[in-house]
Structure formats: C-alpha cells, structure tokens
Design a protein around this ligand. Structure first.
Ligand SMILES: CC(C)(COP(=O)(O)OP(=O)(O)OC[C@H]1O[C@@H](n2cnc3c(N)ncnc32)[C@H](O)[C@@H]1OP(=O)(O)O)[C@@H](O)C(=O)NCCC(=O)NCCS
Length: 206
C-alpha cells in the first residue's frame, strides 16, 4: 500500500483543498453549504492535509480555544474533518486525529478536542473511537410565515428561509410554531451531537 504523508496545509493549495472538501461533502450530511474560500479563524489553527502521490485526500482543521469554547475548559474546536471517498476505510481519519492531537499538545499544551456533527455515520465513528458525548441539539431551516415575510419586507428584505437550532426538548414546540423545511435533504432537521475527546496516549503523557 502507498504511504500517506500528513503535513501542514499550504495556502498555495487552496483550490485543491476546496475541491476535496466539496467532494467529501457530497455524501455527508455534516455540511449544508459549499465552501468557495477556505475559512479563516480568529485563533491559531492546527490545519493538516493528507497527501497521497502529492494529491490531497484528507484534511482536518482545529481552532485552538475558539470563541465557542468556554474559557475555563481549554480545547481545540474541530471545524473541518474529512477523507476522500476512495480512501476511506484505511484508518486515515484516525491518523489525522492522532497527528492533530500531537501538535495541539506540543504547540498549545491542549489535550482535548471538541466535535459537533449532524452526520449519523460520523457520530457513530466518533463513538467508536471512544469520544464522550457532551450535548445534542437540532439544526434546521424554517420557511417564514406571511406575517414574518411582511415584517422583513418592510425593511426591504425578501426572506426565503432562516436557519438555526434549538434544544432537543424544545423541538416539538418549535415545530408547532414554525414551518420547518422537511422536503429538502440538505436543509431538513438533523440532530447535531457534540463530543469531546482526549486520546489515551495524550492523557497518559500529561
Ligand atoms: C468520518 C471520516 C473522516 C472517517 O475517516 P476514515 O479514514 O474513512 O475512517 P475509517 O476508515 O477508520 O472509518 C470509516 C468510518 O467512516 C464512516 N463513514 C463512511 N462513510 C461516511 C460518510 N459518507 N459520512 C460520514 N461518515 C462516513 C463509517 O461509518 C465508518 O465508521 P464505522 O467504522 O464506525 O462504521 C470519513 O468517513 C469521511 O470523510 N466521512 C465524510 C465526511 C464527514 O462526515 N466528516 C465528519 C464531519 S463532522
């Protein structure tokens, strides 16, 4: 089997990275919008790519202490993680996670990563790796009703749909109040599950 190389993302490869990202998105419900530019983050990132024959076949982007992470609980927030379809099932994902954690520990003294996903197969994969569930919420889009449309229109905004989330226990209430979009596979409601992870070797070395 050919050897993969994991290295830092190189901005000169942005279009190739976006190509691979778009291809990974096609059969995963983890994303609901396409990326046209590689996102930038406020905090430092661990930003890795997997190369096979000098082509990108996987990626991970972890933002250290992102604004979504509480100050008292330092961690890396995982924004992007994927392996190209033809190269799945070879533990490349696990190698990427392992390498990202080694760098988080060495450069930032951070042991924990935080993951959120609305893709059931990814959730199952995270559980299988031994990640610990930290929360759940629903993510969905709604079609504004006539009253909301009129209100927006007064300010010149023609609203097509709105996107947001709610606590699991509020979903029935939200569903009865708003017209949730169900017939669009990309936008329909999905249960997003949060996980935290400290790999055993990182925990043992602390
Ligand atoms: C999740 C992912 C990065 C794992 O990488 P990998 O190198 O293929 O990992 P492995 O080969 O060790 O494991 C394959 C796992 O991926 C899962 N998987 C397979 N196809 C998938 C898909 N289209 N979407 C999500 N997960 C998928 C499988 O369920 C399998 O998990 P299991 O062994 O618990 O059943 C890779 O499957 C992937 O890129 N999936 C699509 C993108 C995605 O959903 N990323 C997570 C964003 S939160």
């Amino acid at each position: 089997m050919k050897k993969i190389i994991i290295r830092q993302y190189d901005p000169a490869r942005e279009l190739e990275w976006l190509d691979v990202h778009a291809s990974v998105m096609v059969d995963s419900a983890a994303w609901w919008t396409v990326l046209h530019k590689k996102p930038r983050y406020d905090q430092p990132v661990v930003d890795l790519i997997v190369l096979l024959d000098n082509r990108i076949v996987g990626f991970i982007v972890v933002e250290i202490n992102s604004s979504l992470i509480p100050e008292h609980n330092p961690a890396g927030f995982v924004w992007e993680f994927g392996v190209q379809r033809d190269h799945r099932g070879q533990d490349i994902g696990a190698e990427l996670i392992h390498e990202a954690h080694k760098i988080m520990k060495r450069k930032h003294n951070i042991a924990k990563s935080i993951w959120y996903s609305q893709e059931p197969r990814a959730q199952q994969y995270y559980r299988r790796l031994g990640m610990h569930e930290v929360g759940q919420h629903w993510q969905f889009s709604i079609e504004p009703d006539e009253e909301m449309k009129k209100q927006f229109k007064r300010d010149g905004f023609d609203c097509w749909n709105l996107r947001g989330s709610c606590a699991v226990e509020d979903f029935d209430r939200v569903s009865s109040r708003f017209k949730i979009i169900q017939d669009d596979d990309t936008l329909k409601p999905r249960l997003c599950i949060g996980f935290e992870y400290i790999p055993a070797d990182i925990r043992d070395s602390s």
